[in-house]
Design a binder for this molecule. Structure first.
Ligand code: ASP
Length: 341
């Protein structure tokens, strides 16, 4: 089991500049509270979550407050307001939330609402259901007092119009098509969206001072996706899973690959078997490779996990995945390990 020692760092920014060696995890006792999020820019989201965690608040409140930061950020093109639209130019949002009691809520393909995570929480708390989609989710949000807004910013509209010029999208990427290409030994199997596009979905996991875990995941999904497409992020067990006895996990990257192997649930079950968060994430990534082989050339999937001791880890298919941590020791960004060179 990998152990890291956290050293004291007082500011939010300084740790980002610190070398990796300056930050490691002691492994003695339980590190709590703690919050961990996919992708480096989400140090800001962690800082917001930290306000709740450091004042003794509940992990559930912390993760909701935390992920609202990228949801409201017009410069974050993968989450909430300013998220890149589908191929018809419409921004549709997916989000889910899960607490220590296995309460769950999610919204899928929600339009015109700035904070899908808060709607997901209300689905969890105010309805007899666990998932609402599309117009029904919107009507529910409006009935709960959410304001209807235009989520397409000038920047995301411009990016969409740019994409329209080439419309690099292969809706015919069926299993049949893929198998044909593999048979022809094509070196590069095109994915139906620009793979260079950042996958910046935020998945956030937290443990509060009472040792309770919660998680939240929110995204605008794959850029220029087919209308109605829903990825892993709002699906409990795929984009997020929390088991208060064991740990929590979340994912980012091409959701189709995560959904088919119940990614986050798989990571938590691997931790239940005794694997560290990092090894559990690695084994989940390896399972995708085993299942899909050549079919996943050039795509990214990353998992992030936190266990009940406050140990954490991440692993991805491709280079480039990173994640942000905050504890009493300060804030730090880690580069995730990855399978492919
Ligand atoms: N996992 C997200 C989805 O498939 C995308 C991402 O992480 O950027 O919708």
């Amino acid at each position: 089991m990998q152990r890291r020692k956290f050293l004291q760092l007082s500011t939010l920014i300084a740790p980002l500049l610190a070398t990796k060696n300056a930050f490691s995890f002691s492994g003695t006792g339980v590190t709590k509270p703690i919050v961990i999020s996919t992708w480096a820019p989400n140090v800001k989201a962690n800082a917001e979550a930290w306000k709740t965690l450091s004042s003794g608040g509940r992990a559930l409140d912390a993760v909701e407050a935390g992920v609202k930061i990228p949801e409201a950020d017009p410069d974050d093109t993968s989450v909430g307001y300013g998220g890149l639209p589908d191929r018809d130019g419409i921004v549709t949002l997916d989000a889910c939330i899960m607490d220590e009691f296995a309460n769950i809520g999610s919204v899928m393909a929600l339009e015109n609402i700035m904070h899908p995570i808060s709607v997901a929480r209300l689905v969890m708390e105010k309805t007899p259901h666990v998932q609402l989609a599309g117009d029904g989710a919107l009507q529910f949000a409006l009935s709960m007092g959410f304001e209807k807004i235009n989520l397409l910013t000038p920047g995301s509209e411009k990016a969409w119009k740019e994409w329209l010029k080439t419309s690099k999208y292969d809706p015919n990427r069926t299993n049949e098509e893929i198998n044909k290409r593999i048979k022809n030994d094509e070196k590069h199997l095109p994915y139906p969206w620009p793979v260079a596009m950042n996958h910046d979905t935020i998945g956030m996991l937290a443990m509060d001072v009472n040792g309770n875990l919660s998680g939240a995941c929110t995204t605008s999904g794959m850029a220029f996706k087919m209308r109605g497409r829903v990825g892993d992020s709002p699906i409990i067990g795929a984009g997020l899973f929390v088991d208060n006895e064991i740990g929590a996990a979340t994912s980012t990257g091409v959701g189709e690959e995560v959904v088919r192997m119940c990614g986050s649930h798989t990571v938590v079950e691997l931790m239940r078997q005794g694997y560290s968060p990092e090894i559990a994430c690695r084994k989940a990534v390896e399972r995708i490779v085993k299942l899909r082989g050549n079919k996943i050339k050039g795509i990214q999937v990353g998992f992030l996990a936190l266990n009940k001791k406050g140990e954490f880890g991440g692993y991805s298919l491709e280079k480039g995945f990173n994640y942000a941590i905050q504890t009493n020791a300060g804030s730090k960004v880690y580069d995730g390990k990855y399978i492919k060179p």
